[in-house]
Design a binder for this molecule. Structure first.
Ligand code: 5GP
Length: 192
């Protein structure tokens, strides 16, 4: 069992509606030491890949991506939730449906910050149905860059996203994959 899994068992709270609350170490208060271990692990798992940049999505992905980036020695770009629909053509855009908030956001990345031919590592905190990842993959493809890999902290393996992304042929490295969780008993079962 790795450090992230231990932390989830110790401090994660299972909520009704298939939500795992991890705001004491990941989504609100942040355990930087743990993030550093996660970054080290992704560096190992993506050894040999040509990674020029890390791409994530605001807000919770940013801190994880920044700590990971120190192990890769590359910049981080985060997709921003667009505040206005008045986009000027200088942006790559994607529609992302939020699993937790049940609303749709347009996310944007300036064309300045992802270039044709770049190798991109996508990092995010959670993988549920895969909408966030699909949006980020769409942006990388629109830029003519290449997704070298995807690093996720917590994958909810009982939702469809992980299977879909692996079927698309991407190297998806989730540091904790939850196969089942029960809000009534608080039980969390990890994939071996
Ligand atoms: P997806 O797009 O894969 O359906 O959902 C991924 C996004 O939803 C993540 O970026 C994360 O912010 C949020 N999310 C999905 N499931 C959970 C959950 O169980 N707990 C928390 N804290 N966030 C989640």
């Amino acid at each position: 069992m790795n450090a992230l899994q231990e932390k989830i068992l110790k401090d994660g709270i299972v909520k009704q509606g298939n939500i795992l609350k991890v705001d004491s170490f990941l989504n609100h208060q942040m355990d930087v030491e743990l993030f550093n271990e996660m970054g080290k692990e992704w560096k190992k798992r993506f050894e040999g890949k040509k990674i020029d940049k890390i791409l994530t999505i605001e807000a919770s992905g940013i801190a994880i991506a920044c700590i990971a980036a120190q192990h890769f020695g590359v910049p981080v770009v985060f997709a921003k939730k667009a505040k206005s629909v008045n986009l000027d053509g200088e942006m790559y855009t994607a529609e992302v449906e939020s699993f937790t908030h049940k609303n749709k956001n347009t996310v944007i990345v300036s064309k300045k910050f992802i270039s044709e031919g770049e190798g991109i590592l996508i990092i995010d905190d959670f993988l549920a149905n895969g909408c966030a990842l699909q949006g980020l993959i769409h942006i990388v493809q629109a830029a003519g860059a290449h997704v070298e890999g995807i690093g996720i902290a917590i994958e909810k393996g009982f939702q469809a996203g992980g299977r879909m992304i692996r079927n698309m042929g991407y190297q998806l490295e989730s540091l904790a994959i939850i196969d089942a969780m029960d809000w009534e008993t608080g039980t969390i079962t990890f994939r071996e």
